[in-house]
Design a protein around this ligand. Structure first.
Ligand code: AMP
Length: 539
């Protein structure tokens, strides 16, 4: 027997059409490069995305062709997010913060045929022009009359060239729609190709009440760059639900973010801990400047947030909600909303649970596997490798057969994260496998140490790395950036940690720096710290 149900493909063009029909007047707001605010509507975005799709097809875009973007968080990027896949193409937001050589490698490896670029980023195109070439280049935001690179055209002329005589190509839900490269802290960046189906299903999961909880009544702020894992899915989720969408443009400083949160009545957003740390510091420095009226659902992910950060932001009506994911998982895989059986726990235990990485969203399967290859039962105390599978998890990297060992024979993706799963199913990441510290045969979690140190009121940021040691193989070394006016010492931090850690787990050395080095998306760059302190002389 066969089911009697329609086979209806899950495509982004379907999401776009529905948004155009139902949410025509919903606002989209963006911060311009000069920091002014521009406003448009979903209706206008819908027309322009369709115009982009039509003009790209008239320009020769074939199914599966890659269209790279060198853009920040703006409406042109949003049009590319929907217009390129609607034409059968693959939108490829490139991480413009990477080194130009890496960008050139990514563009070549992806086989990008066309480029949409913000005028402010043209110097970057100049830097890579001898290493990577595009067949067509369209420049957005160029002042009228400003010179364009040879052969490039204005993005606005591309849009204006459409006459509305356009029908979508026939799309299969498994067709590629978008691609992102991993940020590649070790080795080359690797490409993940998302399908229409994987993006649509990820969007369904993301907007659920036990995840980001987004509806048409929300105002969503995209802080995470739109070149980092599809802007964490927020642009798709806002268009899908009809929520008001607010885009940060190229300004990610705490004042710019807080101004938007207040002036646009933002209800949902997401960012990495380093952004939230900067937001906390700004709020504490000027406690009366920003008044957040309704509690902001603020997702934190990309790295583990310290409990002290959750507590500090809650005083300002910002409720951090913890999520875990990767470029390879689109990104949302687990979400840390409190299960109803935990609501009666004392407050401190609730915070402890909220600092864990959460439980799987529907259709995402997670397991922890020990060094011997056995699956560890929930509630087990020993950490192992976190593995995942599901409809929006990559099954391979693009054109990269030598990385096939990142998947198990039975189809699970090996994340490289080391974790436990507690009796309620909450994942707790203790480290990236490569960040683990093994001292005298015992494992020490760098994440636990970092988060405890960042709980000290005199500390702005802290990263802990393993440094070779003649007796213990490795010992933890803490690199600490103090808060303004703080004079906290190594002895004070050591004493502070002794309440939470055994003596052998406490770092033997604390190095004070003005700032922790960051990756292109703002996470702590531990590879750089390991390299810098590898010859540390232990006394
Ligand atoms: P990316 O592909 O750049 O998004 O990086 C993914 C990696 O970031 C994961 O494999 C984790 O190591 C780390 N990560 C993401 N979310 C969290 C989180 N909530 N807590 C700890 N680490 C995280």
């Amino acid at each position: 027997m066969e089911s009697t149900m329609m086979r209806f493909p899950l495509t982004l063009s379907c999401v776009l059409e529905r948004a155009g029909a139902y949410f025509e007047r919903t606002e989209i707001v963006e911060r311009r490069p000069d920091r002014s605010i521009a406003r448009t509507t979903i209706g206008n975005f819908y027309n322009r995305s369709r115009a982009l799709a039509e003009s790209l097809m008239k320009s020769g875009l074939r199914k599966g062709d890659r269209v790279a973007t060198f853009l920040w968080n703006d409406t042109v990027h949003l049009e590319a997010y929907f217009g390129v896949p609607a034409a059968g193409g693959v939108v490829h937001p490139v991480n413009i913060r990477l080194h130009p050589d890496e960008i050139a490698y990514i563009v070549r490896h992806a086989g990008d045929r066309f480029l949409i670029i913000d005028a402010a980023l043209l110097p970057l195109l100049e830097k890579i022009k001898n290493q990577a070439a595009f067949e067509r280049v369209w420049v957005a935001g160029a002042a009228p009359g400003a010179p364009l690179p040879a052969g490039a055209d204005h993005y606005e002329s591309l849009i204006a060239g459409a006459n509305g005589n356009f029908t979508y190509p026939i799309l299969n839900e498994d067709d590629p729609a978008a691609m992102c490269y991993t940020s590649g802290t070790t080795g080359r960046s690797k490409g993940v190709v998302y399908s229409h189906r994987s993006i649509v299903l990820h969007t369904f999961a993301e907007v659920m009440p036990d995840a980001f909880g987004i509806s048409q009544h929300d105002a969503v702020l995209v802080i995470s760059p739109m070149f980092h894992v599809n802007g964490w899915g927020l642009p798709h989720s806002a268009v899908f639900t009809g929520a008001k969408l607010v885009l940060t443009g190229m300004h990610f400083d705490p004042a710019a973010i807080l101004d938007l949160i207040v002036s646009e009545n933002i209800t949902v957003t997401g960012a990495i801990p380093t952004i939230w740390i900067a937001v906390r510091d700004a709020l504490e420095a000027q406690p009366t400047r920003w008044k957040i009226k309704n509690t902001l659902r603020a997702v934190v992910g990309g790295a583990a947030p310290p409990a002290a950060l959750l507590r500090a932001l809650e005083k300002f009506n910002i409720k951090l909600m913890h999520a875990w994911g990767m470029t390879e998982t689109s990104p949302v895989a687990t979400f840390g909303s409190l299960k109803s059986n935990l609501l009666s726990l004392p407050e401190c235990q609730q915070f402890e649970t909220r600092c864990k990485q959460g439980w799987s969203v529907p259709f995402m399967e997670t397991r922890v596997v020990d060094a011997g290859g056995a699956v560890v039962a929930w509630g087990g105390r020993d950490p192992g490798e976190l593995q995942v599978r599901g409809p929006w998890v990559a099954a391979s990297y693009y054109n990269n057969p030598e990385t096939a060992d990142r998947w198990t024979a039975d189809g699970w993706f090996k994340t490289g994260d080391v974790a436990t799963i507690d009796a309620d199913g909450y994942i707790c990441i203790t480290d990236r496998a490569k960040d683990l510290i093994k001292s005298g045969g015992e494992w020490i979690s760098s994440v636990d140490l970092e988060n405890a140190i960042m709980g000290h009121p005199g500390v702005h940021e802290a990263a802990v790395v393993a440094v070779p040691h003649p007796k213990w193989q490795e010992r933890p070394l803490a690199v600490v950036a103090r808060r303004a006016h703080s004079e906290v010492t190594a002895a004070e931090l050591s004493e502070f940690l002794s309440g939470h850690f055994a003596k052998w787990q406490i770092p033997d050395a604390f190095v004070f720096v003005s700032e922790i080095p960051k990756t292109s998306i703002g996470k702590f760059k531990k590879t750089a710290l390991r390299e810098q302190y590898k010859d540390w002389k232990w006394c």
